[in-house]
Write a protein that binds this ligand. Structure first.
Ligand code: SAM
Length: 381
């Protein structure tokens, strides 16, 4: 580019170049437009500050979720030193938030003002609080029984995502089956409801999904669970306290998921995948690790009157229980967490009734522990 371009054009070009690629240095941009590094610094100062702030918040979020600086550095293709420099600013940022909260602004207002996500503001606002106080603060009732149903997903937690689950359900799993600061492992994280709920309930959370969204969900690390080569994505000694496994419910929603994902599989492969995954999770779990497995009944009821249905294409809860058992897990609780039937339209319901078709709303949360092997030999001797 010529050195003599007019000032306004140079400024706009520099800004466009930076917006297209924030990794460009001022020196590089300056060379291209014939301006000094200092001049470019001035052109893009506000853009750079905004990018840095966005990065601060992403790094802070990953750090709150217990993701190591080494993994954060890999995620942003940055040096670990750069990550720790960002993290050093965190207490100051949190103070700004706390000041606004103490002035009476709501979490939603503070989130909007500072450009934070709401779950991140909750994680600061609720510091030091008990789980029960956290339930009250986010305005969720606590269920005491084994029926966990909510009509709607909680819009403040997680993204709009096919198969999104209510954050209240995750909060119940956290409350009953983990403690604060425990590590939760979410292998198919989708819209990130688990990570967001963990922020509000002070749990660490490592999330993975084949669908990679580094800009909006850097905390969900890319991972494709490949049935032909299943591997645990994180090496090292740290093992999860609670695994929350919410896979696609066989073919349900398969049109909305990546065709390479497990909802594109045959019934036999889908079950085989689960069996292999449970076995892998078992060998990467501690003695005390618990697993919350969420799944729904699958019956191919679409055009079939109830009495003509066969078991050939269906997957029901006893299939999951059998597979869990085969892979070394023992269920301790089964929660009924039905899908809302309100999503069926009135005309569809009346057509089903005429044809004697029974729909499916059955969904379960199965909590398991590693099987406890009794050593009888001592007694026999
Ligand atoms: C039911 S959704 C999870 C929804 C999530 N709990 C939420 O509330 O937003 C299942 C996720 O599994 C992911 N998935 C399916 N097959 C996969 C595979 N083989 N490896 C990694 N992720 C996979 C999909 O991309 C999808 O996001």
């Amino acid at each position: 580019m010529r050195a003599g371009i007019p000032e306004e054009e140079a400024r706009m070009t520099a800004r466009r170049a930076y917006e297209n690629n924030p990794r460009l240095t001022s020196f590089e941009i300056g060379q291209a437009i014939g301006r000094s590094r200092q001049a470019v610094d001035a052109y893009i100062a506000d853009l750079r500050a905004a990018t840095q702030m966005e990065l601060d918040l992403k790094i802070f979020r990953m750090n709150r979720l217990g993701i190591s600086q080494e993994r954060i550095a890999i995620r942003f293709d940055a040096l670990q030193r750069t990550i720790s420099n960002h993290l050093a600013k965190m207490p100051e940022l949190a103070n700004l938030l706390n000041t606004d909260l103490s002035r009476g602004f709501t979490v939603a207002q503070v989130a909007e003002k500072h450009g934070w996500t709401e779950p991140m503001v909750w994680s600061i606002a609720l510091e030091g609080k008990s789980d029960l106080d956290r339930f009250k603060a986010v305005n969720w009732g606590l269920r005491t029984w084994d029926l966990w149903n909510w009509n709607d997903c909680e819009k403040r937690f997680g993204d709009d995502w096919p198969g999104r689950i209510p954050a209240q359900m995750i909060a119940h799993m956290l409350y009953y089956f983990s403690d604060q600061n425990d590590l939760v492992f979410d292998p198919m994280a989708g819209g990130g409801v688990v990570a967001d709920t963990c922020l509000a309930f002070n749990r660490k959370c490592w999330s993975f999904d084949m669908d990679d969204r580094p800009d909006t969900r850097p905390e969900i690390e890319p991972c494709f669970w490949d049935i032909t080569n299943l591997k645990w994505p994180i090496k090292g000694k740290t093992k999860p306290d609670l695994i929350i496994f919410d896979p696609p419910y066989f073919k349900k929603q398969s049109n909305n998921y990546d065709p390479d994902g497990i909802s594109g599989m045959s019934k036999a492969n889908y079950l085989k995948f689960l069996e292999n995954f449970f076995a892998l999770a078992h060998s990467n779990a501690k003695k005390s690790t618990q697993m919350a497995f969420i799944n729904a009944d699958w019956r191919d009821f679409q055009n079939t009157p109830a009495k003509n249905e066969t078991r050939v294409n269906s997957i029901l809860i006893n299939d999951y229980l059998r597979i869990l058992d085969q892979s070394g897990w023992q269920e301790t609780h089964i929660f009924q967490a039905p899908l809302s039937s309100e999503r069926f339209k009135a005309n569809v319901v009346s057509a089903m009734q005429k044809k004697k078709i029974i729909g499916v709303t059955g969904r379960y949360v199965i909590i398991s522990k590693k099987k406890w092997v009794v050593n009888y030999s001592a007694e026999i001797n």
